[in-house]
Design a protein around this ligand. Structure first.
Ligand SMILES: [Zn+2]
Length: 317
């Protein structure tokens, strides 16, 4: 039987290679728009700043993808945020929370659900705090909360404006009261910026829920923007509210467009206009000599000036 064993040994790797050979599958190349469900070629969506090529709706992206398209030439510096115990309550349900954190860290190559970076937007330097909802639901625990304060403090010490991109399900239940403590802490961070007269911009990206909505958005002198009319901003989800009050909710409830009309959101700036509008606004708010280089048409300039006037009123009042 030796000859059979020998042939099997020789053939097995070849057969294995044949059947396990990796090829590009449709899921590697194509994706569905989260808004209109259009099937889009991934390369095209990347070239379109990760917005749908049919309906233009911004798709959910990771912090480093955000920084790549936000900062000049995609150049930015990540800042090391304070390292804290990521499992202070030694939480365990079906699996241990520590294992879940480790798995998320490995998958996304980031320590917690947010990344803090510095970079220039049309030559205007900023500190940016960007969240990843795919990292444990983008929940805010002790490290995410501490990183927020760290980013505010860094911006205040270096005289830089602060820009946050929340994308979160709210406070992390596995951190219990420690997670809730991050809400008032974040207000203290935002106060550091206010005391130095520095602008803080919260740019909501879908979805924003729970404690983040109930804290950052009410911070002192905070400008609340959203990157799309459809951006979801809420405290409790619509199902919970509907069951509690026993009534149908208005159309478009909890979208940025709805909240803009109610005065909760200051302005909707589509992702494709972030660089030109944010740099222009910050240039004027910071009284920089050189205004943004990228205002291309007069209609954009007019709306930007309108926003600047209302924001100047807000920061001075
Ligand atoms: Zn679409």
């Amino acid at each position: 039987m030796n000859w059979i064993t020998n042939i099997t040994k020789k053939l097995k790797p070849k057969l294995s290679n044949l059947f396990n050979k990796k090829t590009s599958t449709p899921s590697d190349l194509w994706t569905n728009c989260a808004s209109c469900s259009e099937i889009i070629y991934k390369e095209n969506i990347e070239k379109n700043l990760y917005c749908c090529t049919k309906c233009d709706e911004p798709q959910q992206i990771l912090p480093r993808q955000r920084f790549q398209i936000l900062f000049d030439d995609g150049i930015y510096t990540e800042l090391d945020t304070p390292k804290l115990n990521s499992d202070p309550l030694r939480w365990k349900d079906i699996t241990s929370f520590k294992d879940k954190v480790e798995a998320a860290r490995k998958k996304f190559n980031q320590r917690h659900a947010a990344i803090v970076a510095t970079g220039n937007i049309n030559s205007v330097p900023v500190v940016a705090y960007c969240m990843n909802q795919k990292f444990l639901g983008g929940s805010v625990g002790v490290e995410e909360g501490e990183a927020f304060v760290f980013a505010c403090k860094y911006a205040a010490e270096h005289n830089l404006p602060f820009l946050a991109f929340p994308q979160t399900g709210g406070q992390r239940m596995q951190h219990s009261a420690f997670a809730l403590m991050q809400m008032p802490k974040s207000i203290i961070g935002l106060q550091m910026l206010e005391e130095k007269g520095l602008p803080a911009i919260i740019m909501a990206t879908s979805p924003v829920a729970g404690g983040v909505t109930a804290s950052w958005f009410y911070g002192p002198s905070v400008f609340v923007f959203a990157e799309s009319e459809q951006t979801k901003i809420m405290f409790a989800g619509p199902g919970v509210i509907k069951r509690t009050i026993g009534e149908d909710l208005p159309e478009g409830f909890q979208t940025a467009n709805y909240l803009l009309k109610k005065g909760f959101v200051d302005r909707i700036i589509h992702r494709k206009h972030h660089r030109e509008e944010l740099s222009s606004l910050l240039s004027i708010l910071l009284k920089l000599d050189k205004p943004s280089q990228e205002i291309k048409d007069e209609s954009t300039l007019e709306t930007t000036m309108d926003t600047e006037r209302s924001l100047q009123t807000k920061i001075s009042g």
